[in-house]
Structures are given as C-alpha cells and as structure tokens.
Design a protein around this ligand. Structure first.
Ligand SMILES: CC(C)(COP(=O)(O)OP(=O)(O)OC[C@H]1O[C@@H](n2cnc3c(N)ncnc32)[C@H](O)[C@@H]1OP(=O)(O)O)[C@@H](O)C(=O)NCCC(=O)NCCS
Length: 160
C-alpha cells in the first residue's frame, strides 16, 4: 500500500537512511546518531512522497519530485522517480509493484507527464527495476564518481 509518511515510521526511516546496503550506490549511508538527532517524529507530507506499507509496517519509500537542479538538461524540470527499500523487503517484487502504482497515480494526477529516473549503471537491481517499469535510456553520464544512467518513462495514452 502507498500512503503518506506518519510519525510511527520514524524508526524505519532511520533504518533506511543508515543502511550501508541501501546506500551502496547512493554515496554511502548517514551516521545513525546524526539521524537519531535530526529525523523528525512529524514527517513532512507532500504529494509525491509515499511510504510503502506492507501489513502495517513501512518497507520503503518512493519519491516523485521535480528535478529542478538536475545535471542533465534532458531531465531538468521533469518529474523524477526515486525509490529506497529496506533490504529485508528486496527480491519479492514489492518495489516493482509499488513504483508502478506511484507512476499510475502520477498519470492520473498529471496526465501525459513524463518521468525521469537517474541511477548508477552499476546498480543492477535498480537498472532491472527501471527496465521492468518501462523506463528507456536517454543517456549515460559521469557524476558523483560513477557512471549514471538517465531513463525516461512516458504514460501510455489511449489513441483516439
Ligand atoms: C533498487 C531496489 C528498490 C530494488 O528492489 P527489489 O526488491 O529487488 O525490486 P523487485 O523485487 O521489485 O525486483 C525488480 C527486479 O530487479 C531484480 N533485481 C533486484 N536486485 C537485483 C540484483 N542485485 N541483481 C540482479 N537483479 C536484481 C529482481 O529480480 C527483479 O527482476 P525480475 O522480476 O526480472 O526478477 C532495492 O534494491 C533498493 O532499495 N536498493 C537501494 C536503494 C537504491 O539503490 N535505489 C535506487 C536509487 S534511484
């Protein structure tokens, strides 16, 4: 289920942001003590910020944001998909199901809106997920010390 973040998700958010496994291709995790100090018990809520809930507990996060400051002109200003799941929830297809639902939500809210996604090309799981969701390659570029893959997704619009 996709829902808004709630105060009871705090521990799961800290686990997600402090996990070395989750941040292997994202520049490394943040120190847990810093997160304990800084993560609020009253999370910000905005359209496009989703908690992925499995049987009443948070297993991941999906963000759809405007890529305002993106390094690549092709992505600037577009809706940008990001996803982070707790390692114990990997490999069951939850990420694919939840991201497809978030893209469906966006297609309903902003019909015809394309979505971009940036991931390290070495991040095999994320690359597979992007392909499964229907993202296609726009370009590859070097940033943050690694090769990055920029993909784009366009909603299927019924032909008239
Ligand atoms: C990327 C991530 C969400 C994928 O989660 P997941 O639970 O494996 O995703 P799913 O179960 O929905 O699987 C998606 C596909 O990727 C495949 N996959 C996942 N990890 C893989 C790996 N390490 N190697 C090869 N394939 C992998 C799955 O098998 C599946 O493909 P299939 O259906 O053809 O078998 C998860 O690994 C994650 O949260 N990683 C850390 C955060 C991150 O790197 N985010 C990307 C930033 S944009």
């Amino acid at each position: 289920m996709l829902r808004e973040p709630e105060a009871r998700d705090r521990a799961a958010f800290i686990e997600l942001l402090a996990s070395p496994e989750v941040h292997t291709y994202l520049g490394g995790p943040r120190p847990r003590d810093e997160l304990e100090r800084e993560v609020s018990g009253a999370p910000e809520r905005w359209p496009g910020s989703f908690v992925v809930d499995l049987d009443g507990s948070m297993i991941g996060q999906i963000l759809l944001r405007r890529a305002t400051g993106h390094r690549r002109p092709a992505a600037a200003g577009k809706a940008d998909l990001g996803y982070l799941f707790l390692p114990r929830a990997w490999g069951f297809g939850y990420a694919a199901e939840a991201c497809a639902a978030a893209l469906g939500w966006l297609a309903g809210a902003l019909p015809g809106e394309p979505v971009v996604l940036t991931t390290q090309s070495a991040n095999v799981g994320s690359m597979r997920l992007a392909a499964k969701l229907g993202f296609t390659e726009v370009e590859r570029f070097e940033a943050w010390g690694a090769e990055q893959w920029l993909g784009m997704w366009s909603p299927v619009t019924p032909s008239s």
